[in-house]
Design a protein around this ligand. Structure first.
Ligand code: K7E
Ligand code: CUA
Length: 672
C-alpha cells in the first residue's frame, strides 16, 4: 500500500523493537491531578455509588465489582476460580461449575466483560466473561452476582476474542486465539502449520428469557490468530468484526515472524447470513466434546453435562459471508462506534489508527473493490473502505471506547496515555498520561449504542511507584478520569484485585432494584434440604453419612453427632433457615481438606468431609451472625473403624448422665 504509511510502520516497528514493547514512563504524575478531584470521587458514608463497575481479574479468574466514582470494592465474584470465602468450587453444589471435557479445571484467565444489551443499551440482566486458557464463556446473573452458567468451547484453542455480544444479546461469541488442527488428524508436525492449522469463530445463542447459552454454530476460518472483536450496531447490526494477527501463519518466534507483514486484517462476518446458512442446513454436525454447566437457583446446585456434537459451517459452502479488511499492523482492539458506522482498528505496532466506514465497506462489497484475496476470501481495498487515519496518536494503540459526544478514546500501552480524538475528522483533541502501561480503558457505557460518558477508567498493567510497596509484586490499578469537559482530568487511583483487562460499568439504578435478598425457603428444592429443625436427620448409606443440618441464629441442628467411623465420607448439607437479608451462616469443620461453605438465607450447601482419625471434631459457624455467633458450634465424634457406636444426633438434649456426670459416660453404652 502507500509508501508513506509503510514507512511510518517501519519507523514504528523500529521504536517497538528498541523499547521491546515496554512502556515509557510519563513525567509529572502529581501535576496531573486536578484540584477539585476529591469532591468528585467522594461518596459520603451511607451514600451509594452512581455506577457498578464489573472489572475482569485476569489471571485470578474472578470479577471484581467496584463502585464508581469512589473506586470502593463491593464484591469479588468467583467465575473460573475457586473462592474459599464462599466455598465456590469447594462445595458439592458448585464443583460441577468448573467441570470441563478435561475434568475439573479450577482456574482460567478471565479477560473480557460483556454486559447484556437490548437495542444496544444495557438491560441489567447478565455479565458475560471469557476463559482465555481452557476455552469457556461464563454468564453471571446480575440479580445474584453469581456465576449462573459456564459453557466450554470445542474446536478452539484459547478464547481471547470473546465474549462480545450482538446488540440484543442474540449471540455471545468466541474467536480462537490459537489456530490448531481441528477435526481429522490432530497429531501433525508443528511446522505444517500452513497446511494443517485452522481457526474457528463460535456463535453462542443466548436464550432471551432464561439467558441459557448453547452453541448455535461455529465457522471454520483460515489458520490465523483472532485477537478481539465487536458486533456491529444500528446499520451494521448484522455484522461482527474480528481483529486478526499472524496472517503470516508463523508457528514459531511470533514476536518477529507474525510482525513481518505491513498489514494484518479485520475479518468481517455477516452473522445474519451465517445464521441463515445454518438454518438452511449448510453446516455439518461434527463430533465434539464440551461441558455445559448450569447452576439451578431452586435446587441450589450446579449440573455439568458433556455435549457431544456441534454445527460447523465451512465458508466454502457459504458464499458472501466473510470479507477481510487490511489493517496495519497486528491489530489488537477492533471497536465499533455508537452509531455502528465507524470501525476502529488498533494496530499495536502501527503509527496511526485506521477508522473504517461501514457504508464504504458495503459499497466495496457491492462493487467488488477488492485487493486480491486471502485464503480464498475477498480482501477489500484499504483505501476504498477507509474513513480516515488518526495521525500520530501515540505508541502502541490497544483499545478504543466512545462517549456520547462523537469522541473516541484510545489507550496507548507503550506511551502510557489515553488519546481523545474526534471520530468525524479523526483529529486528536486531547491526551492524558496513565500510570503506567495502560491496557484496556472503559468509558461509562462506552461499547453501547448510548454511552453515558461522564467518567472514563484506565486499567493499568504496571503501577511502579503509585502505591506502598508490597514485595516483588505491586498492586495493579485503575485510574478514574472526569471526561465531562473538553479536557480529560484524572481524579482517582484505585488498586484492583488481579490484573484488570476489560471492564464495563452500568448505572447502579439498572441493577440495584433487582438484587436478590433471600432465597425463599419454601421454594428450596435441594434434594438434601431440611426446611425446619424437625426435618434434620443423619442417614448412613454404606460409608457415606448424610447430615441434614440447619442453621439459624445461633445454633446448628444437630450439634452433637456420634456413630461416625474413620473412613466415612460425611456430607454436611446445611440449610440456612433465615429469611432476612444479609444473614448468611458459614460452616467449617476441623481438619477438612476443603474450604468453608457460606450459606445464604433459604439456601442449602454441602461440605464433604472425610473422617481420617478417631476423636472429637468440632465444627462451627464462620460468619459472625449474632452476639452468640461464637456459641454457634458443635461436635462430631469419630470412632475407630469397626466400632459399634450407634448413629445418634441431637441439639440440646444430649446431656450428661445425671448419676455419672463426673466420669463422662460414653454414649456407646447408652441404651437405645
Ligand atoms: Cu488488550 Cu486480553 Cu483485551 Cu488485556 S487484552 S489489555
Ligand atoms: Cu451463624 Cu455465626
Amino acid at each position: 500500500m502507500n509508501i508513506s504509511s509503510k514507512f511510518l510502520s517501519i519507523i514504528a516497528l523500529g521504536v517497538m523493537a528498541s523499547v521491546a514493547f515496554y512502556s515509557c514512563k510519563p513525567k509529572g504524575a502529581e501535576a496531573a491531578i486536578s484540584g477539585d478531584a476529591a469532591s468528585k470521587v467522594y461518596v459520603a458514608p451511607g451514600k451509594y455509588d452512581e455506577f457498578y463497575d464489573f472489572v475482569s481479574g485476569g489471571f485470578n479468574g474472578q470479577i471484581g465489582v467496584y463502585g464508581i466514582p469512589s473506586g470502593r470494592l463491593l464484591r469479588i465474584i468467583p467465575v473460573f476460580s475457586t473462592h474459599p470465602e464462599s466455598g465456590w468450587g469447594y462445595s458439592e453444589e458448585t464443583r460441577p461449575m468448573l467441570n470441563t471435557s478435561h475434568g475439573q479445571v479450577p482456574w482460567d484467565d478471565l479477560h473480557h466483560i460483556a454486559l447484556s444489551t437490548t437495542n444496544g443499551e444495557h438491560d441489567g440482566r447478565w455479565v458475560f466473561a471469557n476463559g482465555n486458557n481452557t476455552p469457556r464463556i461464563a454468564r453471571i446473573d446480575m440479580k445474584t452476582f453469581r456465576t449462573a452458567e459456564i459453557i466450554e468451547i470445542p474446536n478452539s484453542a484459547g478464547n481471547h476474542s470473546s465474549p462480545f455480544i450482538t446488540e440484543n444479546t442474540e449471540y455471545t461469541i468466541a474467536g480462537t486465539r490459537f489456530s490448531v488442527p481441528i477435526q481429522g488428524n490432530l497429531d501433525v508436525p508443528i511446522n505444517t502449520y500452513k497446511q494443517n492449522f485452522k481457526g474457528t469463530v463460535s456463535f453462542i445463542k443466548v436464550d432471551s428469557s432464561s439467558g441459557n447459552m448453547s452453541i448455535a454454530f461455529q465457522i471454520l476460518t483460515p489458520g490465523i490468530n483472532f485477537d478481539l472483536s465487536r458486533a456491529g450496531k444500528g446499520k451494521s447490526h448484522d455484522w461482527f468484526f474480528f481483529s486478526c494477527y499472524n496472517s503470516e501463519k508463523a508457528n514459531t518466534l511470533l514476536e518477529v515472524n507474525a510482525s513481518a507483514k505491513d498489514k494484518d486484517f479485520i475479518m468481517a462476518v455477516n452473522w445474519k447470513k451465517a445464521e441463515a446458512y445454518a438454518k438452511a442446513g449448510k453446516g455439518k454436525m461434527v463430533a465434539a466434546e464440551y461441558a455445559h454447566n448450569v447452576y439451578n437457583e431452586k435446587t441450589h446446585s450446579g449440573t455439568s453435562t458433556i455435549e457431544k456434537q456441534v454445527l460447523l459451517l465451512d465458508p466454502k459452502d457459504c458464499p458472501d459471508m466473510i470479507y477481510f479488511i487490511p489493517c496495519p499492523k497486528s491489530p489488537h482492539g477492533t471497536d465499533v462506534d455508537p452509531t455502528g458506522e465507524y470501525i476502529v482498528g488498533s494496530g499495536k505496532l502501527a503509527a496511526l489508527i485506521p477508522v473504517f466506514s461501514f457504508t464504504k465497506i458495503l459499497q466495496a462489497i457491492a462493487n467488488k473493490t477488492y485487493d486480491g484475496s486471502f485464503d480464498g476470501f475477498p480482501v477489500l481495498k484499504y483505501e476504498a473502505v477507509l474513513h480516515g487515519e488518526v495521525q500520530k496518536p501515540g505508541l502502541g494503540p490497544l483499545h478504543t471506547e466512545f462517549d456520547n459526544n462523537g469522541y473516541a478514546y484510545t489507550s496507548m500501552f507503550v506511551s502510557s496515555e489515553i488519546v481523545k480524538w474526534n471520530i468525524k475528522d479523526v483529529k486528536v483533541v486531547d491526551r492524558v498520561p496513565t500510570y503506567y502501561s495502560i491496557g484496556h480503558l472503559s468509558v461509562m457505557g462506552g461499547p453501547t449504542a448510548k454511552p453515558y460518558g461522564k467518567y472514563m477508567i484506565a486499567y493499568n498493567k504496571i503501577t511502579k511507584d503509585r502505591y506502598l510497596p508490597t514485595g516483588p509484586e505491586l498492586a495493579q490499578s485503575a485510574q478514574l478520569y472526569d471526561i465531562s469537559g473538553d479536557k480529560m482530568k484524572m481524579i482517582l487511583d484505585f488498586p484492583t484485585v488481579g490484573e484488570p483487562h476489560y471492564a464495563e460499568a452500568i448505572p447502579a439504578a439498572k441493577i440495584s432494584k433487582n438484587s436478590v435478598k433471600i432465597y425463599k425457603i419454601e421454594e428450596n428444592a435441594h434434594p438434601f434440604v431440611a426446611k425446619g429443625e424437625g426435618q434434620t436427620k443423619v442417614e448412613r448409606k454404606g460409608n457415606q453419612v448424610h447430615v441434614y443440618m440447619t442453621a439459624i441464629r445461633s445454633h446448628l441442628t444437630p450439634d452433637n453427632i456420634e456413630g461416625v467411623k474413620v473412613g466415612d465420607e460425611i456430607y454436611f448439607h446445611v440449610t440456612n433457615l433465615e429469611q432476612d437479608w444479609d444473614v448468611p451462616h458459614g460452616f467449617a469443620i476441623k481438619n477438612a481438606n476443603n474450604a468453608e461453605i457460606l450459606i445464604m438465607p433459604g439456601e442449602t450447601q454441602t461440605l464433604k468431609y472425610t473422617a481420617d482419625k478417631a476423636g472429637i471434631v468440632p465444627f462451627y459457624c464462620t460468619d459472625f451472625c449474632s452476639a452468640l455467633h461464637q456459641e454457634m458450634q458443635g461436635y462430631l465424634r469419630v470412632s475407630p473403624p469397626g466400632s459399634n457406636v450407634a448413629l445418634t444426633f441431637s441439639t440440646g438434649t444430649n446431656l450428661p448422665a445425671a448419676t455419672d456426670s463426673a466420669k463422662g459416660s460414653s454414649s456407646a453404652s447408652k441404651p437405645k
